[in-house]
Design a binder for this molecule. Structure first.
Ligand code: NAD
Length: 488
């Protein structure tokens, strides 16, 4: 009978029978040390994960350097096909991977399944992008081509909110462009990513892909490693700054996908009833633990009460709970440290005079790190909830009078990941959208990346882009090749 991964117990006992291993230099390896991975729905250790040693990291990097030149010389069609086979295997294992994601990350099983499918789909779209060299000039004086070569060995470091959908693009970008990759998932959510490595173990030449689990020190070891040419990092701004400092050692190339505090501006002519669900989903998807979720909702004063009411109705009907319960719509906050941050923001909000908490406001009693969707009205800048990235299910609804003022307030931050503008007159909304300082701006929607379009943050939300040809080129070095006319 086919295995169904329908409860924490089933997934936990599966992982006990088949413990996940690192993929190092083409081999599946355990480690001398291991650590417990916590199920955020219970707060208890659900499975063990091996902890990679510094020697294992060095071995992965050494083999990556050895394997990379012939991988780069492998025809791109072969590299593409190996990656597409990886995507097919992901889908074949989607139930198992989704079960592991729900166990370690907490999100509902349906959302975990969607994450695996989305990762496979993203892979397919990224490898459909053409990597041709460019001809910059071709005339009587000669020809100039811009040729792109892989950088060598890339280190990828991932966070815990979307372990698979944030790691698979890094694997895809690196391997498709002819690099070798060493990937480290977050210590909070390492299991599904290590399982991916097992699934891919025989697909790529030994050393081309390594996946090792470990704590922050292992990530630091990667950022500082002289054998790594680039770091692709997704995580917090604070850690991004540390990665940048460590990467100076050998002037590593960097792609930094960091935190966001996205504003959404609802214009006076918006149809609140029609957009309320989309606004809610844009803020509370993955329990608010999405870099590009709506984190500040600016609503015109004429619609303010209607928007608060519509969002309150939606929030009140949402079921928060264990991701393995089929009725659950939102899971827990992923880890204790983040739970404490969210609780701190809630306490600060409760203590702010004149603020109205429309729904939620306090963690749910009992085991696990549960917070109900929390809507906060009559709040403004100068509070932790508005100025910081809470990265949890809490949304401030901010009143404004003049659009120009809303734009200014939305821009008055060091974050710059995403933003959105909502209104019936889409021409006007697009005009306002063009004034927002962010890497990605949407009209009448929020959250959503297209793997063929550059994704990334302005200001302190990041450096560089992933996705699209811009994202792929960031894994390559450009060479301007000047040829005499006779070469043509
Ligand atoms: P984090 O910065 O704490 O950790 C991310 C990763 O960095 C982990 O694997 C961690 O082990 C590693 N790490 C920690 N210290 C390190 C160091 N000194 N050197 C190298 N690696 C180190 O982030 P998190 O809490 O896991 O993730 C949440 C944050 O990620 C939020 O701010 C969120 O907005 C951001 N995020 C951004 C994007 C994006 O695409 N822009 C996507 C998802 C999440």
């Amino acid at each position: 009978m086919a295995q169904t991964f329908s409860s924490a117990e089933v997934v936990g006992s599966h992982l006990k029978r088949f413990p996940v291993r690192h993929l190092v230099a083409g081999e599946l390896q355990g480690s001398e040390r291991s650590f417990g991975v916590i199920n955020p729905a219970t707060g208890e250790v659900a499975a063990q994960c091996p902890e990679a040693s510094r020697e294992q990291l060095d071995e992965a990097v050494r083999l990556a350097r050895l394997a990379q030149p012939s991988w780069a010389a492998t025809p791109i069609a072969v590299r593409r096909e190996a990656l597409l086979e990886f995507a097919r295997r992901m889908v074949e294992h989607e139930e198992e991977l989704a079960g592991i994601i729900t166990l370690e990350q907490g999100k509902p099983l349906g959302a975990a399944l969607a994450e695996v499918r989305r990762a496979a789909q993203v892979l397919g779209q990224v490898v459909s992008i053409s990597l041709d060299d460019e001809v910059l000039r071709d005339d009587a004086n000669g020809r100039v081509e811009l040729r792109y070569r892989p950088l060598g060995v890339v280190g990828a470091i991932a966070p815990w909110n979307m372990p698979i959908v944030l790691s698979v693009p890094k694997i895809t970008h690196a391997l498709y462009t002819g690099n070798a990759l060493v990937l480290k998932p977050s210590p909070y959510t390492p299991l599904a990513t290590l399982r991916l490595g097992e699934i891919a173990a025989d697909l790529f030449p030994a050393g081309v892909l390594s996946i090792l689990a470990g704590f922050d020190k292992l990530g630091q070891g990667m950022s500082e490693h002289a054998g790594i040419d680039k770091i692709s990092f997704t995580g917090s701004i604070a850690t991004g700054k540390k990665v940048m400092a460590s990467a100076a050692v050998n002037l590593k190339r960097l792609t930094l996908e960091l935190g966001g505090n996205d504003a959404a501006i609802v214009l006076e002519d918006a149809d609140v009833a029609a957009i309320a669900q989309r606004l809610f989903d844009g803020a509370f998807v993955n329990s608010g633990q999405v870099c590009m979720a709506i984190k500040r909702l600016y609503v015109h004063e004429s619609l303010y009460d209607a928007a608060c009411e519509a969002l309150t109705r939606i929030a009140a009907a949402v079921r928060v709970g264990d991701g393995f319960n089929p009725k659950t719509q939102l899971g827990p906050v992923q880890n204790k440290a983040q739970f404490e941050i969210v609780k701190g923001v809630l306490q600060d909000t409760q203590a702010t005079p004149a603020v109205r908490i429309l729904t939620g406001g306090r963690p749910i009693e009992g085991p696990g790190y549960f917070v109900p969707p929390t809507l906060v009205a009559d709040i403004a800048e100068g509070t932790r909830l508005v100025d910081e990235e809470p990265f949890g299910p809490v949304l401030p609804i901010i009143r404004y009078k003049e659009v120009a003022d809303a734009v200014q307030r939305a821009n008055r931050t060091s974050y710059g990941l995403g933003a959105s503008v909502w209104g019936r007159n889409t021409r006007r909304a697009t005009e306002v959208a063009g004034q927002l300082e962010a890497g990605m701006v949407w009209v009448n929607r929020h959250v959503g990346a297209d793997p063929t379009v550059p994704f990334g943050g302005a200001k302190q939300s990041g450096i560089g882009r992933e996705y699209g040809i811009h994202g792929l080129r960031a894994y390559m070095e450009a060479m301007s090749l000047f040829m005499p006319p006779s070469v043509r």
